[in-house]
Design a protein around this ligand. Sequence first.
Ligand code: GUN
Length: 311
Amino acid sequence: MAARLLDGTRIAADIRAELTSRVENCTQQAQRPPTLGILLVGDNPASQVYVNTKSRVGDALGVNVDVVRLPATITLDAAQDVVHRFNCSAAHDGILVQSPLPSSLGPIAEQRLFEVIDPAKDVDGFHPTNVGRLAQGRALFAPCTPSAILELLDRSCINLEGRRAVVIGRSQIVGKPVALMLLHRHATVTVCHSRTRDLPALARDADILVAALGRPAFVTPEFVKPGATVIDVGINRLVDSSIVRALLPVGSPRLETFARRGSLLIGDVHPAVAETAGALTPVPGGVGPMTVAMLMVNTVRAAEKRLEAAV
Ligand code: GUN
């Protein structure tokens, strides 16, 4: 039987609707909208799309998204200056440095930029203070994709307590923080990665399987216990028609989408998993829209905290 689809697009719309009155209150009190400063360095096409989406969603909600774009040739010092400017600005409530940064900035540039963000404006939750607080279960701001996953599970009434969760991927942005957040919710958590032995068998133990490794269609039905909940964090753009045809059954409407657009978004989970899983997030329309909604939640919370601190 086909899995229940966990509709991130619909749930994200609910979350944005719930935020509207909070945005209005903040705007009225501060005499300006809640404001998110984004630093985007270089011309990574996926990052451009993500940042444009954040701006569009912010605009529709009444949240001001102020994007500073710098070329990949910029120095780390110049990039840090932008973050300092956002830190000192009375008009910016939240700050986000879009990842990944160009490799020309050096291997630890991302960490160097995250650690100069004021933790009270760190709506991405990547400052070491917030990472440490997350580990202790008292984050000021939790990272947006892991928050999106937890919110999606909660609003889909999927119980976590005492259940086995397997996370494939150990990134700072998704794998590690989502493992901590599942643990805080009393799941029994295993984190797997590229050197894990017998990954399919470990994954098959999961009641809740989170695929966040960035490899298209990597998680095949042999990784999935029948009836498990599968959360697909991957967003991979495929342009090779032979690969797309090998992944999708003949007659799939998604083949028409590919023919029309010349590319197709595929998650880290193989489409055939829909026949084994009990519940599954679609790509697109699952975790992606939820992540942007949770960024807005964190930005509004940052604005509210600043207003509370001002009285
Ligand atoms: N790149 C992909 N996901 C994210 C995210 O959640 N935050 C930032 N800053 N960059 C990203």
